[in-house]
Design a protein around this ligand. Sequence first.
Ligand code: UGA
Length: 432
Amino acid sequence: MKIAIAGTGYVGLVTGVVLAHLGHHVTCVDVDEAKVETMRKGISPIYEPGLEELMAENMSRLTFTTDYASAYRDAEVIYIGVGTPEKKDGSANLSYVNQVIDQIAASLERDCIVVVKSTVPIGTNDKLEQRLRDNLAHPVSVEIASNPEFLSQGTAVKDTLHAARIVLGVESRHAEQVLRQVYAGLDQPIVVTNRRSAEMIKYASNDFLALKISYINEIANLCELLGADIQDVARGMGFDPRIGNKFLNAGIGYGGSCFPKDTKALHWVSSYHDRELKTIKAAIEVNDRQKLLLVKKSHKYYDSLEGKKVAVLGLTFKPETDDLREAPSLVNIPILLDDGAKVYAWDPVGVSNYKRFYPNEITYCQSIEQALQDAELCLIFTEWADVKALKAETFRQLMKTPIVLDGRNCFSLDQFRDTGVVYDSVGRGVVK
Ligand code: UGA
């Protein structure tokens, strides 16, 4: 099929490449000429394992352009995967989506299904369809379908090729049939529902996962006080299939471009309708507090960090991505700097993005060892594989004062017992 994709971020580009892999002819549209030029050379503008390889395999069916009119004109299906960032009040900013809808209306010369993958508030797709139909330049038949995205950054390609489910929010049999045809090459359960339910499935899923994380983080904080071990507690809980063993990793809170934004958006909409989601409000508050856990803990060890060398391992919001959005490092490092700490940071892919915020205030290290050398405190924000592979011995040998505050529970407690390293993780007590 002839498919166009608006937006080449995580959702748009991964969808485009996977659809090309399924045999469709895909044109990816982006406003950024330099980005388009990069993709034409087969280079992915985002760090996503496996994406460039899949791009290379399917380049014959992939086109990248800024010329939206030519891409949309005769597309059978158009996907919208542009951002819906958070506005100051927490609601979703739909200006990019609206702009694409207007461009489609101006360009379309054949009947088409427009698929909204961007996360949009419940009821938005009805309005988008109206806006599209009202502004069509040619007398064609168009329909909007909602097809929310469930991929995670860092595993986006795998998540799309082997998704747990595909949700189709449609208002006609025709739209359902067209989308079933698009996804015919994937063997995944398909949930067909109306558009509003599909929109809600997306928010309710993300917010549930965020809630699960905030819940386990609160339990972890209590475990720490009462002498329980959160990892054993989570394992014990996870065997119950009604609870499940995923997303029970305690840490310094969720970040990224989705959970923080989607919790606030659903909370905003619930408050607007005078049905405030109190559980989601609590999840947001708990997360904001949890993100500052390591800086707070550092005061157990030092009254002031003035002049202290602090090693920071990991800057991104999670491993296998260079994305810094809502990363705990972004709220902690400014506090460390304010306290007068000398910050030595290591991250395998996040440094160039971080330099945009702090070009000179931090020493960026080429290796973990360089960051740890003579450090008086080590803070772990991201569970990169290279961090998890470290030995207690390395901390002890390199650091001036081996105190490790681990925000992602990268190590077993046994690894640090009787090593001379103070190892303080989340929800598990301190080992020395
Ligand atoms: C999330 C969802 O997992 C995807 O299903 C969804 O499609 C995506 O948002 C989206 O809406 O686009 P993502 O933000 O890429 O994906 O990352 P996750 O792997 O879900 O992690 C989010 C945050 O939660 C990270 O900061 C991670 O460290 C944290 N987390 C995750 C925990 O603290 N504990 C856990 O047990 C799991």
